[in-house]
Each structure stands twice: as C-alpha cells, then as structure tokens.
Design a protein around this ligand. Structure first.
Ligand SMILES: C[S@@+](CC[C@H](N)C(=O)[O-])C[C@H]1O[C@@H](n2cnc3c(N)ncnc32)[C@H](O)[C@@H]1O
Length: 300
C-alpha cells in the first residue's frame, strides 16, 4: 500500500494490506466491518513455506474481551488520563484499546519488526483513536535505557515466560510503573509451588522470545513474592487456569503499589470485612492436595 494513503484507502486495499502483513495474533478493528481477522481469508498457501510465519503456530485472540473483563473492575470510570505501558505489545491491540478507554498516552514495544509493522499500519489506518499511541521495535532488556515513562498502568502479558532472566525483565517494567502492573503468564502448575522451571524455546517463532531460554512459574505465590519485592505489596489473582490442554497453565496476577486499588477483587464477607478471593483459596487447597499426593514440597 502506498505511503500516505491514510484514510483514503478503500476497504479492499485495507484488506489486501492486512493479508500482506499477516499472520496476525490480535483481532483489531480497522474500519467498520473490517478487522485484522481478514487475514484468515488469505488464499491457501499465502503463508506456507515460510516456517515461523505458519499461521497455525500463532493463536488469534480478541484483546477487547480480555481487557474489558479486567480493567473496568479496577477503573470503573475508564483510564481517565492515565498513561499505559504495553510490554511485548505485538501489533499494539491492547494499547489502542487502552487509548479508547481513556488513557492519555500509550507506549508499546515489541522486539519483532513483523508485529510493529502491523502496529504502524493500524496507527495509520484504523478508525479508532491512535494519537498519543507510540509503538516501536525494542527489546525489553533495553527499556531502562530508552528513557520513557513513568507510566500509571503497565501490561506485561505473554512475555514473562519468553525471557532468559524474567525477574530482570519484569523489574525493568515494574520500575517504570506507578500504580498498576498486570502480569499474565504461562505457568507450570505440575511443579511444586514456589518454583520457576527452566525451558528451551525457539528464537525464531513470531510468538516466541529471542534468547532460546525461558522460565515458567509454578503459580501465583511465585509471582506475588517477585512483585512484592519489586514494590507492589498488594497482589490479586485474576485467574489461574491449570488445564490449558498443552501441559501448561495460564495465570493473570494484578499488582498495585498502594492498598485499596484492588478492593474490587475482594468479595465482602457476611461480617462486613474482606474475605480472601475465592479462586485463590480454592486453588491453594487443590495445589496442597496434589503436592501431598505427589510428595512434593512447596511454600503453600
Ligand atoms: C506470546 S506473544 C504475546 C503478545 C501480546 N503481549 C499478547 O499478550 O497478546 C509474545 C510477544 O513477545 C514479543 N517478545 C519476545 N521477546 C521479547 C523481548 N525480549 N522484548 C520485547 N518483546 C519480546 C514477541 O515478539 C511477541 O510479540
């Protein structure tokens, strides 16, 4: 697509460009009736023979559902001018949504040009607001030297388990975060609680890290320890799905620098006080039972 086509591009031109830039990981609306999902209609063979571009290796998800199930619980009135940091932003889908939810400015970065090329296309052509949304190629480990921030809210989704040193990586983001940090990661629920488990991964896969080494936490208590050490004393488990069908689990932990922000996660007990979130309690019981049966030891 010629540069500067901007708003004047026809739907057919936009559709062709979506296919050219594919495969996509995030479903983002480009124009009424047209989303990045259009790449799924690419003629058979479009992405074949390109190895790591094989779309069957890339999950395709709707970020709107994800964000709308979480952020309004914490910020019922929207982001109200808060700044937003999107680590490993992929095509920037979460940043564009944050902007729509009232963020004043968003900064997203991803190590792969493939995804940032998509982000540039979206910034230029989507009908939703893209002003003050900056998306660029950057390695997480270079974030401290980049000279951006601080930010009110940070999304650290799908990146913890693609890093050779995830604590240093997460700290780079945490140090720039003033209010809320959301960590969404793959887990190893089969391992004793309190552990990080090492693994190997492709350096080339579009959804992968670039270092070949990775670590997965066993569950929420590992993340709570790490986040508390980073200056986020208040953490809640949004969910931990222990059966994802691939041998890994998936969890989302939200962390706040100050108490009170996450009260919406705490069911009020009959006595008027706060009860421990039910999911976390159920999860701990199930984990303790499994560890007991397997003879594993953990920190609870
Ligand atoms: C599983 S995808 C998650 C994408 C997105 N955050 C989401 O949750 O939908 C992992 C992303 O991390 C990016 N990535 C991997 N290693 C990175 C690094 N060291 N710095 C920045 N981005 C990285 C990949 O290019 C890919 O877009």
């Amino acid at each position: 697509m010629s540069q500067g086509a901007g708003q004047s591009a026809t739907l057919e031109e936009l559709r062709a460009e979506i296919i050219r830039l594919g495969p996509w990981h995030l479903d983002v609306e480009v124009a009424p009736g047209l989303t990045t999902r259009a790449f799924l209609d690419a003629p058979p063979g479009t992405y074949q023979g390109t190895g790591h571009l094989d779309p069957s290796r890339i999950t395709f998800i709707d970020p709107r559902r994800d964000v709308e199930s979480l952020l309004p619980r914490i910020y019922p009135a929207g982001l109200e001018g808060r700044s937003f940091l999107d680590c490993a932003c992929n095509c920037g889908g979460y940043s564009f949504l944050a902007r729509e939810m009232g963020a004043s400015a968003c900064f997203g970065f991803d190590v792969r040009e493939h995804w940032i090329a998509q982000a540039r296309f979206l910034a230029e052509h989507r009908t939703g607001p893209s002003d003050n949304v900056e998306l660029e190629v950057l390695d997480l480990y270079d974030l401290p030297q980049r000279g951006v921030g601080p930010f009110d809210v940070t999304l650290f989704k799908g990146i913890f388990y693609h890093l050779p040193d995830p604590v240093t990586g997460l700290k780079a983001a945490a140090d720039l975060t003033g209010e809320l940090l959301i960590v969404d990661t793959s887990t190893r629920p089969d391992m004793p609680e309190g552990t990080l488990t090492v693994g190997r991964e492709s350096r080339e896969g579009l959804m992968s890290g670039v270092y070949g080494l990775n670590w997965r936490p066993s569950g929420p208590s590992v993340m709570a320890h790490i986040l508390q050490w980073m200056g986020f004393p208040d953490t809640r488990l949004a969910y931990h799905h222990e059966q994802t069908g691939r041998g890994f689990g998936r969890m989302r932990v939200v962390a706040a620098r100050r108490h009170g922000l996450l009260d919406a996660f705490d069911p009020v007990d009959r006595g008027g006080g706060r009860a421990r979130p039910r999911r976390l309690r159920r999860w701990r019981v199930a984990r303790a039972e499994r560890n007991r049966r397997s003879g594993a030891t953990g920190d609870g």
